[in-house]
Structures are given as structure tokens and as C-alpha cells.
Write a protein that binds this ligand. Structure first.
Ligand SMILES: Cc1cc2nc3c(=O)[nH]c(=O)nc-3n(C[C@H](O)[C@H](O)[C@H](O)COP(=O)(O)OP(=O)(O)OC[C@H]3O[C@@H](n4cnc5c(N)ncnc54)[C@H](O)[C@@H]3O)c2cc1C
Length: 415
């Protein structure tokens, strides 16, 4: 019997495995992908993390852990160069390499294994898994299950199926560069990074570019010193106990802090735009205030849009469309059979310690490291916050404080 079985091995559950490693807990994690990979389609050259290297998988819980980013640097003989580098933000590729380094050392990770069912047996959970290459099925028993299945790309139904999501960008880039015109839809960090990447392609190879955004402003990611404290355990604890309607409003209000573009990316885009020649400028369009209504395909794509304020209809014809239109929760279908209480469509009720609320009282529990926006607010997807989340989950599973949590870790008080 396992103390904890994890479904999905993204950074959130990988951190849980790393923190569980030195404890006596018996844990096992499954992922359907062949090996650990973190958003491979967005490994754009020079793309940077939005959170400091200190928010690695373990440091905020245990700075002495051997799975820290600094210990990774030591293992690849880069500690001194990092010391001279003097930066908190590291490259996304570097962070991915670090995650893979951790993944290779943990023995409780099983890849190429999809979890296809979880059943409550009355005093534990039975987890049914399937080997994705052989189809062989196996059952494991656990006292607790943590669902960390992340999110899946979301593209509006009205977009033609040939439109690609930004998560497919890197593998399609060479092909995209063969087209005459590329349109990017969306106004968040991913759209901005792809626009910048294409903008910095040598002019002779660069297709005509069009960036379409619904918003009037290209919002900046919250990086203000006190503002950032909403990504802290203190704020998350406060947020979790708010009435549902207040949380729903807050989620809308904080969309900017979460979905904005990093100041560095915006700065770089502006600098490159400024350097374009007049002729090159005619090949680059940034179109704000336009909501894309429909994208159809007939040899070329036709994008039907409506101006958000003037309300007139617009049209654009293009050769490729990249939809940076966000993500939706990736929820396995078997959760319907687990008596989970939902607060809103697709939003399960989760308590302050990340236990999923069920309509049955049991001593064995379900936990969530994904789909937490409505229950835990803007920090739900934040890598730094995932560490204190994992501490709380492990403490609850162990029934003892394995990792003391700094619950009041901010200068701001929220209640
Ligand atoms: C391009 C990009 C950059 C980001 N950069 C940052 C950043 O700098 N800082 C920050 O704080 N946040 C960042 N984020 C947000 C967040 O950290 C990531 O989205 C992160 O990947 C979320 O991790 P996760 O473990 O919840 O889910 P995921 O990484 O999505 O992993 C979920 C895993 O579950 C597996 N899975 C799903 N269903 C099953 C099943 N039934 N059986 C087995 N396996 C299953 C999937 O294969 C997948 O590997 C970024 C997000 C993106 C898209």
C-alpha cells in the first residue's frame, strides 16, 4: 500500500516527489509521456523564467535538499559562473534541464504510464494504470492520491482545426517560416514570446507578421514588490476562505497579474520594433482591440474579427495562425466517480491544505496540485507557491509536520 500516488509528473508533482524522497513516505507517480518534458513547444531560444531560481522544486521548503537548483549547478560545474552571472531569473531551457536532472534521480517516477481509473474501495484508493506502448494494465493501492494532471491547450471551437496552439510552436517553426504571412492571436506572455522570436528572425527570412489582441493594452505581468505578495502562502490561505462569489471576482481581477507580459519581453519587442526600417515596419502589424470571432480555411486562413469598441467587423487573410489562447484544466474522466464536490463547472472544491472536498467522509484523501485557480487564486500555477503546497500535502499525508510552512510570510496583511 502506497502512502501517496501522484497522477501526472509536471513540475508540481515532480516537486512533491523530490520533497517526499528523504521521508519515510511510500510514494509513486505516473505520467503518460515517455519522459519528463516541460512545455517543449515553448522552449524558445532565450526565453526566460518568470520566477526566480529560488522557486526551484525544493529550496523554499528545504534549502539543504540535494535537489536544489544550486546543487544541480554544482553537478554541472557551473556554480562559479552562476555566481558571476548575478541574476535571479534563469533561462527556461536551463530550468527544464534542471527539472530533468531531478527526474533522473527519483525512483518513484513511472513514465509511459497513463492512469485510467481511480476507485474508492472504502478504505483506500485503487489506481488502475496502463502502459501506453504495450497496453498492459496494473493496479496499485494507495491511502492518498494527488491529481497533478496540469492543463491542456484551449483553442476556441470557431477556429479552423489547422490553427496551431502556441504549445506546438517550436516543432512547427521551420515550417511556419516558409509561409508568407503569420498571424498570432492572444495578448499574453506566450503570444509575446512568439511574436518576439519571429520578429528577431533575419528580415530576409521573416514572413509578414500580424499580432492580434483583444485587449486595448498589452498588460504587464505583476512584478511590483508588494504586488507580488499575492503569490505567497499568506495570500493563498486568505483567498481560500473567501466566499465563492468573491473568489470568482478576484480571479477576473487578477487575470492581469497572471496573464500579463514580462516587462523584459515588452522592452525587447519595443526595441526591435524601433530598429525596423520603414519597409520592414510595413511587414509587421500589431492590432489591438480586436476579438477574433472565427477562423476559416480555404487555401489560406481568413480571420473574422470585431473591434471591441468601434464594434465594426474586420477581416484578415493569412497563411498560418498561432493561437496563444490559453489553457483549460486537464481533468481525467474518472474523477466523476469519486464523489468530488464541485463549486463551479470544472472547479472542484479544495480546502486550504489542498485536500479535494468530497461528499463522503473518509480517512483516505484526494489532493490536487492542478486546477486550483478558483480555490487558491492567482498563485495556483506559480512554481514558487507549488513548494509550500507540496509541503502542506506531505505534512497531511504523513500526519506530522515534515516540513514547517511559513504561513505568514508577507509584509502585507490581507484579512
Ligand atoms: C510556456 C510556459 C512557461 C511557464 N513559465 C512559468 C514560470 O516561469 N514560472 C511559473 O511560476 N510558472 C510558469 N508557468 C506556469 C506553470 O508553472 C506550468 O504551467 C507548469 O507546467 C504547471 O505544472 P503542472 O505540474 O501543474 O502541470 P503540467 O506541466 O501540465 O504536467 C501535467 C502532467 O500530467 C500528465 N498527465 C495528464 N493526465 C494524465 C493521466 N491520466 N495519466 C498520467 N499522466 C497524466 C501530463 O502528461 C503532464 O506531463 C509556465 C507555463 C507555460 C505554459
Amino acid at each position: 500500500m502506497y502512502d501517496l500516488i501522484g497522477i501526472g509528473i509536471g513540475p508540481m508533482n515532480l516537486g512533491l516527489s523530490a520533497l517526499a524522497h528523504p521521508t519515510d513516505l511510500k510514494t509513486l507517480f505516473f505520467d503518460e509521456s515517455e519522459q519528463f518534458s516541460w512545455h517543449p513547444g515553448m522552449m524558445i531560444q532565450d526565453s526566460m523564467m518568470q520566477t526566480s531560481f529560488i522557486s526551484d522544486l525544493v529550496t523554499l521548503a528545504d534549502p539543504t535538499s540535494s535537489f536544489s537548483y544550486l546543487n544541480y549547478l554544482r553537478s554541472i560545474h557551473r556554480l562559479h559562473t552562476f555566481y558571476f552571472y548575478e541574476k535571479l531569473l534563469i533561462s527556461r531551457q536551463g530550468y527544464n534541464d534542471y527539472l530533468r536532472w531531478v527526474a533522473t534521480q527519483l525512483e518513484d517516477l513511472r513514465f509511459s504510464t497513463r492512469v485510467i481509473d481511480v476507485q474508492d474501495t472504502g478504505d483506500s484508493f485503487e489506481v488502475l494504470v496502463e502502459d501506453v506502448s504495450t497496453g498492459k494494465r496494473e493496479t496499485f493501492e494507495a491511502r492518498n492520491v494527488v491529481i497533478g494532471t496540469g492543463s491542456k491547450p484551449a483553442i476556441p471551437d470557431t477556429f479552423d482545426e489547422r490553427v496551431i496552439h502556441n504549445t506546438q510552436y517550436v516543432m512547427n517553426k521551420a515550417n511556419l517560416l516558409q509561409r508568407n504571412k503569420i498571424s498570432i492571436v492572444g495578448s499574453g506572455q506566450s503570444a509575446a514570446e512568439i511574436f518576439l522570436d519571429l520578429l528577431t528572425t533575419p528580415a530576409s527570412e521573416r514572413p509578414e507578421l500580424e499580432w492580434i489582441a483583444r485587449s486595448t493594452l498589452f498588460e504587464t505581468l505583476e512584478t511590483g514588490k508588494l504586488g507580488e505578495e499575492i503569490f505567497s502562502p499568506s495570500y493563498v490561505t486568505y483567498f481560500n476562505q473567501l466566499p465563492l462569489e468573491v473568489r470568482q471576482e478576484s480571479v477576473k481581477k487578477f487575470a492581469r497579474s497572471q496573464n500579463g507580459i514580462s516587462p523584459e519581453t515588452l522592452q525587447s519587442i519595443y526595441a526591435h520594433l524601433y530598429d525596423l526600417t520603414e519597409e520592414e515596419q510595413r511587414q509587421v502589424a500589431i492590432r489591438a482591440n480586436l476579438e477574433v470571432k472565427e477562423i476559416t480555411y480555404d487555401e489560406r486562413f481568413t480571420i473574422a474579427m470585431q473591434h471591441q469598441e468601434l464594434e465594426d467587423e474586420r477581416m484578415s487573410v493569412t497563411d498560418a495562425v498561432i493561437a496563444a489562447t490559453g489553457f483549460s484544466p486537464s481533468l481525467p474522466s474518472f474523477i466523476d466517480r469519486l464523489d468530488i464536490v464541485f463549486e463551479a463547472p470544472n472547479a472542484w472544491k479544495v480546502d486550504a491544505d489542498y485536500q479535494i472536498v468530497r461528499s463522503v467522509e473518509t480517512a483516505h484523501h484526494l489532493y490536487a496540485t492542478a486546477n486550483l485557480e478558483l480555490s487558491h487564486g492567482p498563485a495556483a500555477d506559480n512554481l514558487g507557491m507549488s513548494v509550500s503546497r507540496n509541503q502542506l500535502i506531505l505534512n497531511a499525508v504523513a500526519g506530522t509536520e515534515l516540513y514547517p510552512v511559513e504561513r505568514h510570510a508577507t509584509f502585507t496583511t490581507f484579512d
